[in-house]
Design a protein around this ligand. Structure first.
Ligand code: TRP
Length: 688
């Protein structure tokens, strides 16, 4: 028997077979629906109606399960609303789906089999294929992640784009198992950043904090069907009557979030988090190459999926610290971040709490309540002396330690340099770690708040955390992130977990007393980002906080912007061990000038500051804004010559390097051992 009824323009027709498994569709949709799979003569109907249905018949026949499913998938067709469906439910389903993908290592795309909505903000989601009954700890993690996402008050993004664009950008990730009919040419995407993406026409909340709680009423695994059904009770944070809903954005195609920005860190998809290999610039932890114009940092931001540091963010830092921002921040040398805003939110909240405690009992602020966060940075000990490019992150880290008054851990990766540098022995990299520690100490870190460690020496404490990380990262992932090949030694593949481990406070039990909830901020040059993409990816799956990151640009080689200063190319760098004479000679002889070839030409046309190495070095090391501005203006207009700018730079560098050498000379072996002792009593206050 066939019953047919034409629906809306566009000639979509729905049928119903007598033994339809979804009789509920009839009253609900007021349409007649055929499920050819359940009809004896299905193939015939299918053939007959194929021209009109296209892939719709196929999709539909493969998995019609409930009214709701139809209803949400064919927005152009059914316009009636199910009265019980609320933005709270849609928001909750996105939160829970993302949490489930992480906790159970599920893909996002095509793993939602069914969703149901009932009254009083109850709803359910059926996921599949799921092969095993979730373990107690997986279920626990699912619930914790759900609650964390609510507390994060994360905003939803909604935009409508052509289907082909959605498929190109997001592959199948935005689809439910049953897909979308072929005739749908535009999709409305609902995105919870780095958590979930789904095509959905229904309104969702503005942000996750509008939900007070999502209760898991049942978690039911059905082995035969390889599926997991979660029944949820959503509790609105307000009275739930007229919630604010996410407003649809107009997004230019080039501003669409990337695949990795919409997917959750489930570890099963989005493996290639960076290098597409067909770029005109290379930025990896072991190679930095650009064309004449230097690194295109905007492009890098997009490719890596980091966020730009905005003037507003800098103002927030200034407000929080009560100090003017460091010149490396003001001048955009630290230019990129991940989740710095979330870190600042947490610090603000903490300050507000401390202040109110103080008001209430007069003594609240005296009670020590642990550090606001901790800093983590590092150095690969591959050469005797550091060059000034190496100093940049350390100078900046010192500023952060000073203004936020927080503990700092510094990793010296003697293991890494042994594995990655053909000619270095382990004894040598370990010795260099100790030598480099002196240069680091000379930067002026607070001895009572700073722990410096060599991986080789500290490994037994890191190892439990390293193992947890290694178990969650696949070879495919490290290959995608770091470009390892089959002939690379296996130590390289294992190493990223070692650099990741100090991002978690559990790697320093003697300092943080086993606490899991101390946030971490990692200042670094942008080439280190792949390590911490990986780290941030595994963090939620270990029930740990993702570290926040802040990235710097590279200081260019003396020869110009095509590459960065390199520790192994003597003439590309100014070392902290160079004599005043060496500094002068190197700058005069090698520093690439953006000035004109002759004096008269320079007077007439001025210099190109963008590519002028001496001027750019001054932006890194000259703290005086007014002086820098004056030099820049005069030099660009031709009122200053390259030689004069070089002379300023030489003086500044000599002072910087001279000061460093003086401080370093005072660093004794004993002091190094002090800094390297994690059991010092001064750390015990952080464990409280
Ligand atoms: N891999 C880095 C290097 O070769 C050293 C490093 C270890 C590091 N941990 C870090 C750098 C954290 C920045 C932040 O130099």
């Amino acid at each position: 028997m066939i019953l047919a009824s034409s629906v809306l323009p566009g000639a979509t027709v729905f049928f119903c077979a007598a033994r339809s498994p979804t009789p509920c569709l009839l009253p609900c949709l007021g349409k007649l629906v055929l499920s050819p799979r359940h009809s004896a003569s299905a193939p015939r109907y299918h053939e007959h109606f194929k021209p009109a249905f296209g892939s719709f018949v196929r999709t539909f026949s493969s998995c019609p399960r409930s009214a709701t499913q139809f209803y949400t998938q064919f927005p152009g067709v059914f316009s009636a609303k199910m009265s019980t469906r609320t933005p709270y439910q849609d928001a909750a389903l996105a939160i829970v789906k993302g949490a489930a993908c992480i906790a159970l290592s599920l893909k996002t795309g095509r793993t939602t089999r069914n969703v149901k909505f009932s009254k009083d903000n109850k709803c359910s989601i059926t996921l599949g294929p799921v092969d095993n009954q979730p373990t107690a700890s997986e279920e626990e993690l699912l619930k914790t992640l759900t609650q964390q996402k609510i507390e994060e008050n994360c905003p939803f993004r909604v935009f409508t784009i052509p289907r082909e664009v959605a498929t190109r950008m997001y592959q199948e990730s935005y689809l439910d198992e049953f897909g979308i009919p072929a005739n749908v040419k535009e999709v409305r995407l609902v995105v919870l950043p780095e958590w979930n993406i789904n095509a959905n026409i229904y309104p969702t909340l503005k942000s996750t904090g509008q939900i007070a709680e999502i209760r898991f009423e049942t978690v039911k695994f059905v082995a035969e069907k390889r599926q997991l059904c979660l029944t949820l009770q959503v509790v609105p944070a307000d009275n739930g009557d007229a919630p604010a809903v996410a407003v649809e954005e107009k997004v230019a195609p080039e501003d669409l979030p990337t695949l990795s920005q919409v997917l959750p860190p489930s570890g099963v998809e989005g493996d290639d988090l960076g290098n597409d290999g067909q770029d005109d610039q290379t930025v990896t932890p072991w190679d930095v190459q650009a064309n004449e114009g230097g690194i295109d940092y905007d492009k890098l931001l997009k490719k890596f999926g980091c966020s730009a540091i905005t003037p507003q963010l800098i103002s927030r830092i200034e407000a929080l610290t009560g100090k003017r921002a460091h010149h490396l921040l003001r001048r955009g040398i630290f230019f990129s971040h991940r989740d710095l805003n979330l870190l600042l939110d947490a610090i603000e909240k903490r300050q507000a709490n401390l202040a109110s405690e103080k008001r209430e009992d007069g003594a609240g602020a005296d009670a020590f309540s642990g550090p606001a966060f901790y800093l983590y940075t590092g150095r690969g000990p591959s050469s005797e002396a550091l060059h000034i490019g190496h100093l940049v992150p350390f100078m900046f880290t010192k500023y952060l330690q000073d203004v936020f008054d927080v503990p700092l851990v510094i990793q010296l990766t003697d293991d890494e340099k042994f594995l990655f540098k053909e000619n270095l022995t382990l004894e040598e990299t370990h010795r260099l770690a100790f030598e480099n520690a002196k240069d680091i100490i000379a930067c002026g870190f607070d001895p009572d708040k700073t722990f410096i460690f060599s991986d080789l020496s500290y490994i037994q404490h890191l190892y439990p955390v390293i193992l947890e990380i290694q178990k969650k990262v696949t070879y495919n992932q490290v290959r995608g992130l770091f470009g390892f090949v089959e002939s690379d030694n296996i130590g390289k593949s294992a190493f990223p977990a070692v650099q990741a481990a100090p991002s978690f406070p559990t790697a320093f039990p003697m300092i943080f007393g086993g606490k899991k909830d101390v946030r971490c901020l990692i200042p670094q040059a942008i080439d280190q980002d792949p390590y911490f993409r990986m780290t941030r990816d595994v963090a939620p799956r270990l029930g740990l906080l993702k570290p926040a990151l802040i990235h710097s640009r590279f200081i260019p080689a003396l020869q110009g912007f095509k590459t960065k200063m390199s520790g192994s190319v003597e003439t590309s760098s100014i070392y902290v061990s160079d004599t005043p004479e060496q500094i002068k000679n190197k700058i005069n002889k090698y520093a690439f000038s953006g000035g004109q070839a002759t004096e008269s030409e320079q007077r007439e046309k001025g210099a190109n500051l963008e590519i002028d190495v001496p001027y750019q070095y001054l932006t890194f090391i000259l703290p005086d804004d007014d002086l820098l501005k004056e030099i820049g203006e005069k030099y660009a207009k031709g009122e200053m010559l390259t030689g004069e700018v070089k002379a300023v730079l030489i003086k500044e560098l000599q002072a910087l390097v001279g000061g460093h050498q003086e401080r370093r000379a005072k660093v004794t072996d004993d002091m190094v051992r002090q800094f390297m002792d994690p059991f010092r009593p001064c750390f015990q206050r952080y464990a409280k």
